[in-house]
Design a protein around this ligand. Structure first.
Ligand code: B12
Ligand code: SF4
Length: 474
């Protein structure tokens, strides 16, 4: 079958500020479909900044029989719009990803999409495509949901894949000129998934629902080989590890780092890690750096910003130590500090800023608690939601209404926290302090946030921020 794969465009999403990151889910899915004999095309609407009408034109030009759309919750309304249009053009539509996996009974009855793939797609999608091609009954394909005669059919659950090593990737379908990491201008960014899941199950994290605390890893040999191919065949010089917990197993990660170091590929690595894994490896962080790790995003559960007493002190001391250890090894760090809880107050937001200063990461985000409907956080904060417009479930717009603050006040407070954190940072001597200018100034160039951030800025703050390209130059 002719299959077109696309990400859902979402105006104002991270792509605007974090740069264009390669669409690894589509690369995996197209790889699997192509290995099963289908003809595949890949359009990363999210990174290309394409809207649904643009994708319409592409569909009309290439006339696929099936259109597959990937989206997280914030991109889901756009995904539905794309599916509606694709169906109007006579295509069968398949939607997948975490939101589709849990919310199919909400959107399938609207008739926008034909099929939702529940869970991992690499095995389910080729089976579904084969079934559609043969005109068989999709009820026999495990791991899908669809509407039939006004009711939603959910087929048998598909077990998580036992082997993650042999998955084919369709990197040749990607327009490489698009992908560059903001921390390295003119770089070519690739991506890899070295493990799936995370042993922790934080209440606000969708992966905890998706993988239920399971963690599966690929073999270090296979990961090293794939990195070699990205470097050799695609000229990639920065690679994002898209895992939730790549360092989840210390011995395996040490083995992986040793192999990558020995290969000396000249690849910079950007990854996510928990403070726990970082501190476990504190004495061997030089090995992380030697293997190319240049930047680490630290996972912070929003609940960490409601810890009290000894637990709070310990979390703060650990976070601070992890950031310092990375800085000592020339690795930049990024951490999110959460606000917009139902019990939010101006004082708590002030305390949050103090916490961010104490952690002292190179990049700090002040993001809004966002209870996704399929996470435990939904039960905790769902009754305080001001909207169910999923486009706003992007952590950058407040959706929970605090009892004592308006949504607008919370949004302004977040912008003010950004401004104060970065104005203060800019006034320091980054070289003396050992801080990197890193990728964070680019992160903050997202226009909506920047404008709000500059509202009410003093002249001194504006002057401090100007060299960091936060202030639009005249
Ligand atoms: C890379 C990335 C990005 C890139 C996307 C680049 C791109 N062009 O696709 C950028 C930086 C642009 C980005 C943006 C955003 N992201 Co993001 N991102 C990720 C990240 C790190 C990796 C995603 C990935 O490719 N994984 C690897 C693939 C192989 O796994 P997968 O996506 O789970 O896909 C599998 C299945 O889900 C399924 N599947 C997925 N899609 C489809 C589609 C079909 C048709 C089928 C059959 C199956 C299927 O099959 C795949 C293979 O098994 C994840 C965290 C993570 N580790 O997954 C966060 C994550 C997906 N992002 C998240 C968020 C919040 C956002 C933003 C809202 C951030 C913001 N403030 O703007 C935006 C929203 C963008 C949007 N419109 O959806 C959250 C999503 C929360 C949620 N459940 O909604 C995540 C989970 C991070 C987190 N833990 O909070 N993101
Ligand atoms: S927030 Fe981070 S540590 Fe917690 S479950 Fe999600 S990926 Fe794991």
């Amino acid at each position: 079958m002719r299959v077109l794969f696309t990400s859902a465009p979402e105006p104002g999403c991270a792509a605007e500020s974090a740069g264009a990151w390669p669409p690894l889910a589509l690369v995996h899915l197209a790889g699997a479909a192509r290995a099963a004999g289908h003809e595949c095309e890949l359009v990363d609407a999210l990174s290309l900044g394409l809207g649904a009408p643009d994708v319409d034109r592409i569909i009309q030009a290439s006339a696929p029989e099936v259109v597959c759309v990937s989206a997280a919750t914030a991109g889901f309304p756009a995904a539905m719009e794309m599916c509606r249009r694709a169906r109007g053009l006579g295509c069968t539509t398949v939607v997948g990803g975490i939101h589709a996996s849990f919310m199919y009974s909400e959107f399938l009855p609207t008739g926008s999409a034909d099929f939702a793939v529940v869970g991992e797609g690499e095995e389910t999608l080729p089976e579904l495509l084969r079934c559609l091609d043969a005109g068989d009954d999709p009820a026999r394909v495990a791991g899908v949901a669809f509407s039939l005669g006004g009711r939603v059919v959910r087929t048998a659950p598909r077990p998580r894949m036992a082997a993650l090593d042999p998955l084919p990737k369709a990197w040749d379908l990607v327009d490489w000129s698009r992908y560059s990491w903001v921390g390295r201008p003119a770089s070519r960014m690739g991506a890899i998934m070295t493990s799936r899941g995370c042993p922790k199950q934080c209440a606000s994290c969708s992966q905890a629902t998706q993988y239920e605390g399971t963690w599966r890893a690929r073999s270090p040999e296979c990961v090293a080989y794939e990195l070699t191919l990205l470097r050799r065949d695609h000229d990639v010089d920065v690679v994002g590890f898209y895992d939730h917990a790549p360092a989840g197993d210390g011995a395996r990660f040490a083995d992986l780092l040793a192999r990558v170091t020995e290969l000396d590929l000249g690849l910079d690595v950007v990854l996510w890690s928990s403070v726990h894994d970082l501190l476990r490896d504190e004495s061997v962080l030089a090995h992380w750096r030697a293997a190319g790790v240049v930047h680490v995003g630290l996972c912070r559960d929003p609940a960490d910003d409601r810890l009290e007493g000894r637990a709070e002190e310990r979390a703060l001391a650990d976070g601070r130590r992890a950031v310092k250890a990375m800085r000592d090894h020339g690795i930049t760090s990024e951490a999110t500090f959460w606000l917009g809880f139902p019990d939010e107050t101006p004082q708590r937001i002030e305390d949050l800023l103090l916490r961010a200063r104490a952690w002292d990461p190179d990049v700090a985000h002040f993001s809004f608690v966002t209870p996704l409907p399929y996470t435990p956080a939904w039960r905790l904060y769902g009754s305080h939601l001001a909207t169910r417009d999923y486009r706003r479930f992007n952590h950058r717009e407040p959706v929970v209404k605090p009892r004592e603050m308006s949504l607008d006040d919370v949004a302004s407070s977040a912008a003010r926290s950004y401004r104060r954190f970065y104005a203060e940072r800019a006034a320091q001597d980054p070289v003396r302090e050992g801080r990197r200018s890193g990728p964070w100034r680019v992160h903050l160039s997202a226009p909506a946030l920047r404008d709000r951030m500059l509202e009410g800025a003093t002249e001194e703050e504006r002057r401090a921020l100007a060299p960091l390209s936060l202030v639009p130059r005249a």
